[in-house]
Ligand binder design. Structure first.
Ligand code: ADP
Ligand code: ZN
Length: 361
């Protein structure tokens, strides 16, 4: 499958797609090593266990740091560990860090690379569906601090990305479903044909067009990011990627991180955003049903498992970065396949949407 070029002012790179890219990745590493560059690998314990051949064959001979799995690894402590590892391995300015993992490893590794010696190159080999469709385009890297998630980070574009869908066969089904929430989001915000395809035939890890669908998601994200690399557009732009996320982030936060996977909270958030769009008169109740149906067909939740307090959810929305002039900004659907940002949503309207997905007084 043809590689996708990501064209950004400061740096452009390619995303390669295929079911098995071991030969391509090995060749890229060999080329770097032959040129005298140090190549090191960052991954987590689950991945090292699930995909041992990636480390012993594809990335053979590259020193590796294997960190514990989970969001806890996107931390200041882990960042220090990666920097110490790079220094111990005598990585110089020509060094290249390969991140083999999901969003956690990609974000942490990307940020480590952005700051180590004021910036070394990194190569992403995403191993989750979420990382393939979301984290591999856009250059956002970073870690969590006690005050909040993703509060410290940098824009750092990878040298290249290798999306090998075969790596997803060991991914737990719940994690695959969570990634599907973002795939469905891309269909809703920019591609009615993609949405219709997912409605006809739910995507699975064995779907023949898995790589094609992932490539399409990357293409949509790339077009949005290329037009608004640093999220400075007054309306539309990169903010569109937050469809379902203002509601979703509130759900994640109020439930307590770890109760819902990010993608699960986004799925419920997409349903809330659908209700909002319907109440604003943009889409029909039948279209709202189409959205819940396609989410359910991909094993995703469409309402809260346990009622969360409305007041706490609304407080979380108010704390969101996207609040303008006291009223929250939401991404809404003008049609299935077309999203726009809308400022000044009245609070009772947002509350009604939270009630629709099971929030309680
Ligand atoms: P995300 O990409 O959704 O941000 P993480 O990086 O936290 O998520 O990865 C989700 C979980 O799946 C972690 O426990 C991670 O170790 C595990 N994991 C990631 N990729 C694979 C894989 N290909 N096979 C098995 N487990 C994986
Ligand atoms: Zn997301």
């Amino acid at each position: 499958m043809e590689a996708l070029g990501i064209n950004l002012s400061e740096r452009s790179y390619l995303i390669h797609f295929g079911s098995d890219l071991t030969a391509v990745i090995s060749a890229e590493i060999a080329k770097l090593v032959t040129a005298g560059r140090k190549v090191v690998v960052l991954t987590d314990e689950n991945i090292a266990h699930a995909l041992p051949w990636m480390l012993v064959e594809t990335l053979a001979g590259c020193p590796r740091l294997i960190l514990p799995p989970g969001e806890g690894t996107k931390s200041l402590g882990a960042l220090g560990e990666v920097w110490d590892f790079l220094a111990t391995e005598k990585c110089d300015r020509g060094g290249v860090l390969v991140t083999l993992g999901g969003g956690v490893i990609g974000d942490l590794g990307g940020f480590s690379a952005a700051a180590y010696l004021r910036g070394i190159e990194f190569i992403q080999v995403p191993t989750t569906l979420l990382a393939m469709v979301d984290s591999s385009v856009g250059g956002k890297t970073g870690i969590n601090i006690s005050a909040g998630k993703n509060l410290v980070g940098a824009f750092h574009q990878p040298r290249g990305v290798f999306v090998a869908t075969g790596l997803l066969t060991t991914l737990p089904p719940r994690e695959f479903a969570a990634g599907m929430a973002e795939v469905i989001k891309y269909g809703l915000l920019a591609d009615a044909a993609l949405l219709a395809q997912l409605e006809r035939t739910p995507l699975t890890v064995r779907s023949p067009d898995l790589a094609g669908v992932i490539r399409r998601c990357c293409e949509i994200k790339a077009a949005i990011v290329e037009a608004d690399e640093r999220e400075t557009a007054k309306e539309g732009g990169r903010a569109l990627l937050n469809l379902g996320h203002t509601f979703g982030h509130a759900i994640e936060q109020v439930a307590g991180y770890g109760i819902y996977l990010h993608g699960e909270a986004v799925a419920i958030g997409l349903v809330a955003a659908a209700h909002l769009s319907q109440q604003l008169g943009y889409i029909t109740t039948d279209e709202v049903t189409r959205i819940t149906t396609v989410l359910k067909a991909h094993a995703l939740p469409v309402s809260l498992r346990e009622g969360l307090p409305l007041t706490n959810l609304m407080a979380a929305v108010a704390r969101d970065k996207k609040v303008r002039a006291g009223l929250p900004r939401f991404v809404v659907l003008h049609a299935l396949g077309r999203a726009v940002t809308q400022d000044g949503i009245e609070l009772p309207l947002a509350e009604a949407c939270f009630r629709n997905i099971g929030a309680v007084d």
